[in-house]
Design a protein around this ligand. Structure first.
Ligand SMILES: Nc1ncnc2c1ncn2[C@@H]1O[C@H](COP(=O)(O)OP(=O)(O)OP(=O)(O)O)[C@@H](O)[C@H]1O
Ligand SMILES: [Mg+2]
Length: 425
């Protein structure tokens, strides 16, 4: 088992994790049973909550959850209406003070289904995760309970919706003309994303003429692949702007690090929310955070994330004016099942000299073509981001000099750009 999962968590931290994780749950459901109670008395930790139902099937599902998180477990009591699981020591033959370990009780006494988890001392991470999952499982949202406002769900889990109509009013609209160079990439994007999403019927109708079993022949999901800073995230936003469709920006890395043990459920919520929205683009940014760890002792949470993602990608594909986009720096390292879900891949190379000169035309427009080309030639291997950062540096240095010398505002000269290049080389 992962080391961190066996680490003890003090009472207050455990309580705040529990509340934080489940407060999200509370906001997206209605008619929810009370949230779990957590207490610490006489050196015993206890988490208690009601379940909606505890029939044979749910009890078995609960056992499965416990088994997934707790390494060694045995059935302690099995009687009508009362079931108890007992955690063992990691050495199965050692039975000393075994009753101090975690106990998971499931009872339906007086017709009230209840789950109680107790342990002498503090809970460890795995036990807390189990409690959270058991609560979710036994208080699950049925479809009819899902609230209608998907944007509210996304806001609650800290996921940004980039809505071109709103961004326009804030001056954050990104047109294709703001991405310099990359004509081939833009052409591919136009053909695989813009055109099909603007004309879904045409793409479906053509297959009515050509195929025995017509299905739309537009890509189901598109992957942007390329080194850091080549404009993948910017391009995803530009696609949203060109289509006038909101983009749900899902930085996988953030989802994985921010939500203790609940990443998978939150990822599932993202797709549920996306499904409930009219037309929408889902952008899975930095999916390398899930990269190829399946074989090498993949941490439980990542494994669950991946399987949720694969399942949800399948479920999202049917929406006619919506599509999933993903971005990665390292396609080769990605899980092959995940890569296969993206049926179109667009490669963003590092910019060549012409392209670097084109990018500089956006960030140093006052220089003439020859000068820009000269600078571009000296910055081999630079991405768009590095070029922009370089121009920022020159400008900052220049403006500092102007202020110090009390000079009127002017643009930096070509020499100033070249001087900085000398310094950074
Ligand atoms: N071709 C380009 N034209 C103009 N600006 C560019 C270009 N390429 C990159 N940039 C600028 O570089 C910055 C970084 O781009 P972006 O974040 O989209 O890169 P990325 O490929 O998503 O990087 P990462 O892999 O690190 O997430 C942005 O401010 C973007 O405007
Ligand atoms: Mg990015």
């Amino acid at each position: 088992m992962e080391k961190s999962l066996t680490k003890e968590i003090d009472f207050l931290t455990a309580k705040s994790i529990l509340n934080k994780e489940l407060s999200i749950f509370k906001t997206v459901t209605s008619g929810i049973s009370k949230l779990p109670e957590m207490t610490y008395e006489k050196n015993e930790s206890r988490i208690k909550f009601n379940a909606k139902t505890l029939n044979k099937n749910t009890i078995l599902d609960c056992f499965e959850v416990v088994k997934n998180h707790i390494e060694n477990i045995k059935l302690h009591t099995l009687s009508n209406g009362y079931y108890c699981l007992q955690a063992l020591h990691s050495n199965l033959y050692d039975t000393k003070s075994i009753l101090d370990n975690a106990k998971f009780r499931f009872s339906i006494l007086k017709n009230i289904p209840e789950i109680e988890i107790t342990k002498r001392g503090s809970f460890v991470e795995a036990e807390l995760l189990t409690a959270i999952e058991l609560f979710r499982l036994t208080n699950e949202v049925s479809n009819s309970q899902q609230i209608i406002d998907p944007r509210e769900i996304l806001k609650n889990i800290g996921i940004e919706v980039y809505d071109p109509h709103i961004e326009k009013t804030k001056g954050n609209f990104i047109g294709f003309d703001q991405i310099f160079g990359y004509d081939k990439v833009k052409q591919e994007i136009y053909e695989s994303l813009i055109l099909p999403l603007k004309n879904p019927d045409a793409f479906l109708n053509i297959s009515n003429l050509t195929r025995k079993f017509p299905t739309s022949n537009r890509p189901r999901a598109v992957l942007f692949e390329g080194e850091p800073g080549v404009g993948k995230t910017t391009m995803a936003k530009a696609v949203a702007c060109a289509l006038g469709i909101p983009l749900i920006n899902v930085p996988i890395e953030l989802i994985m690090s921010k939500y203790f043990g609940e990443s998978a459920q939150n990822l599932a919520l993202v797709f549920d929310a996306a499904k409930a929205m009219d037309n929408v683009l889902v952008f899975l940014d930095e999916i390398d955070s899930l990269a190829g760890k399946r074989e090498d002792g993949l941490f439980e949470a990542t494994k669950t994330m991946l399987s949720v993602l694969l399942r949800k990608l399948d479920g999202f594909e049917g929406k006619p004016n919506s599509i999933t986009m993903g971005a990665t720096n390292r396609k080769v390292d990605l899980d092959s099942a995940l890569v296969s879900r993206f049926d179109k891949s667009i490669y963003f190379p590092l910019p060549n000299t012409n392209e670097r000169a084109a990018i500089l035309s956006g960030y140093a427009m006052h220089l003439d073509d020859g000068l820009r080309r000269n600078i571009a030639e000296k910055l081999e291997g630079y991405s768009g981001r590095k070029l922009k950062d370089f121009c920022d540096t020159v400008e900052r240095r220049h403006v500092t000099m102007l202020i110090e010398k009390n000079l009127p505002i002017s643009a930096p000269s070509a020499e100033e750009y070249l001087k900085i290049i000398e310094e950074i080389k």
